[in-house]
Design a protein. Structure first.
Length: 263
């Protein structure tokens, strides 16, 4: 990134459109950045700023809801303790997702339609989530490392999108397990313990009905997911001090003065 035209320093963060959650682009396609020293807005043709040059990172909290996989079987007893992929009828698909930036009340979401659920197709909800995650500098969630990132990357690669790799993550489940000693580390338990709302009530039958394409139940699952994101963000902000890190995660504090070149 070139030096700031106003203060001649070189520390930038992505300029995020609060309405869309995606980095602002000029009409010519150049990405837009904000100088963290003077606030000057400047575009840059290069689409990537090394993480060490970023500061006050944008943290995107995500949560996904997924169907079950469908297997044929020859009885309830499974000697090997694992179902064979050779008996797989339908692999799981993503019912939907919700995402929201820490410090921003807006929640974005994408859920399958009745027809998409019946076709077990999550192609229509993949691109928007991919754009949001690409724009964010840090991805957060409760078990985001062990579950959500694996699920979303499977969906992305299923539809020819690049997987989201190399980004920093904050996992509130890992923080709870490593830094605290609660009786349960579930989001429902921890959220209520720290004064946030519990999960909405949802049943196994609801998951079956949503997978089958029941529009009303899909809407219920969407509301359930939105609640998890709102409560999860609150819990994450409560847990941030446990990480012993600041929101500039790894940003260089040393001032960079103007160089002879403008690369």
């Amino acid at each position: 990134m070139r030096v700031c035209k106003e203060c001649l320093r070189r520390h930038w963060r992505a300029k995020i459109d609060k309405r869309t959650g995606i980095q602002v682009k000029h009409a010519n396609g150049n990405l837009v950045y904000v100088c963290i020293f003077c606030g000057h807005v400047q575009e840059e043709a290069r689409e990537f700023i090394p993480p060490e040059k970023r500061i006050q990172a944008n943290i995107l909290y995500i949560d996904t809801e997924n169907s079950t996989s469908v297997y044929e079987n020859y009885g309830a007893k499974v000697p090997s303790k694992y179902l064979s992929y050779q008996n797989l009828v339908h692999e799981w698909f993503m019912l939907g997702w919700c995402a929201s930036y820490v410090g921003n009340d807006k929640v974005w979401s994408g859920f399958v339609t009745k027809q998409e659920a019946q076709q077990r197709s999550d192609a229509g909800i993949a691109n928007r989530l991919h754009d949001l995650m690409e724009a964010a500098e840090i991805i957060a969630g409760h078990n985001v490392d062990g579950f959500d990132l694996k699920k979303v990357n499977t969906v992305f690669m299923r539809h020819g999108l690049k997987p989201i790799v190399g980004k920093k993550t904050i996992d509130s489940l890992k923080l709870a397990r490593s830094k605290l000693s609660h009786e349960s580390n579930s989001l429902d338990y921890l959220a209520q313990y720290y004064g946030f709302s519990g999960k909405d009530e949802i049943t196994k039958q609801d998951w079956k009905d949503a997978t089958a394409g029941n529009s009303k139940v899909i809407a219920k699952v969407k509301k359930y997911c939105e609640g998890d994101v709102i409560n999860g963000k609150g819990l994450l902000e409560t847990f941030i001090p446990l990480a012993n890190k600041k929101f500039n995660f790894g940003a260089i504090k040393k001032e960079v003065t103007q160089d002879n070149d403008d690369d």
